[in-house]
Design a protein around this ligand. Sequence first.
Ligand code: G4P
Length: 534
Amino acid sequence: MTPSDIQQLSEACQKRRTFAIISHPDAGKTTLTEKLLLYSGMIHTAGMVRGRKGRKAAASDWMAMEQERGISITASAMQFTYKDTIINVLDTPGHEDFSEDTYRTLTAADCAIMVIDASKGVERQTRKLFEVCRLRKIPVLTFINKMDMPGRDPLDLMHEVENVLQIHSTPFNWPIGAGKDFCGVVDCATRECLFFSKISAGGAQKAGIARLPLEDEGVKKRLGEEQYQQLLQELELLEMAGNPFCQNDFLAGDVTPVFFASALTNFGIEPFFDAFIHLAPSPHIRFANSDKGEDVEIDPIQTPFSAYVFKLQANMDKRHRDSMAFLRICSGRFDRDLVVKHHRLGREVRLSRPHGMVAGERTTLDIAYAGDVIGVINPGVFAIGDTISLTGGFNFKPLPQFQPEIFARVQPKDVGKRKSFDKGVLQLTDEGAIQLLRPFDLSGDLIFAAVGQLQFEVMQYRLKDEYGVETLVSPLPYQCSAWLLGNKDTFKKTTTAIIVQDRFDRPMVLFSEQWEKQYAIKQNPDHQLVDILS
Ligand code: G4P
């Protein structure tokens, strides 16, 4: 590579931020995404990201089912520019039921924004997604949303983040007023007050910002003596009790910066995005296994093009009847029609007709860099986790696998459709859309397993829509599972639990209740029950 190539790659890399937004449903992830698009100038009115309650349907609603329901099922990626920074936002499903796609999408992110509803605190799904961030050491920024509504005490919320998620938190701003009196924030680093007001800019509702030093008379006047003194006290308390922020601890996933805002009213949105692009890392080194079995560092700039498949999806667009593989570029520069080495197949493939996603519209890409997500037509050569690279010789570490929580037997309604059913099921398991488990003695039917209920609904929909097979799903009475490490023959299980094997012949235990799993953990100190295989 020439010095000018390196400079070009380095500039492209520095400019990129690739992240996912994680939250429990209804915390405001969609609203925050919309505001990011709004402040980037990509859209002019909020409410366009997905077809919510009859609003304009979003271009990212690929599957008909998503449009029917107004929810975003498939994890997609969008690219746009925010103030000279190239944003790749990986969209994780916003429905109560999420899927393995949601988890896998997180592996493609360099950092995450965790949205928390100020009145609800840390909720179940947020916890599960955060676990994946912790496992992958993905830095997380915390966005406490809905400050315009009556909510919980800000200090309480910060403690909850620390206690429930076991991570240090550092407030970057502090709310002034709460509920209908939420009017601004104090920037903790500069001790500057930012007062927000509603304005209309370029046809869009945005927030105006008036900045005043905390000590300014105008602040006292505006808040009144009592509220002003209370604010000073709160800030003093924070200074005494708070953790000083260290960028390296944040990048290691040990501390989360906390921001208070209201996505709906735009209050605090722009300062948050500005801080986000400053704090969030650009694409960095990833680790792979060399063919000699050694750990190798894949540098986003120095290593020639490399990428891995984090998501597969068939028949995304009826007009094209195609199957796409989504690749996260980890290093180098991608050029259209690049011929790359496919590690698993041990042969070369040409990446023709690559697509990027700009606000949900597919666009043909000519050039892409580390941090970007490209979708390529998949003529059956790509599987989840596959590595491709220009030089070959290494394989990215396998993607984690997540314990399923929903189990069922599935049959075609019409036995004459068995062949199409088998073909469809094979495709869906290859895509990682559903998991298949077998009883150890190979007797009995296969067990279909998923992380979220919606995966079953999507499976049924797609088997009917794409393979013409109607199916019967009979739920099984298991609620959780874990991979079993240790000798399965000496594992003591409760009578209702069963041991099965996954498609890679690894033993798994299915439990009918959460307490049974906890009980089994206690009863089997020589075995390990693992929720996420990394
Ligand atoms: P999600 O993607 O995380 O599921 O949440 P979403 O953005 O769809 O927001 C869920 C609900 O919360 C929406 O109301 C949204 O308008 C509201 N919301 C989001 N941010 C804020 C905020 O800062 N303040 C207040 N007060 N509300 C907020 P909805 O009634 O369910 O939908 P809609 O009628 O607004 O579309």
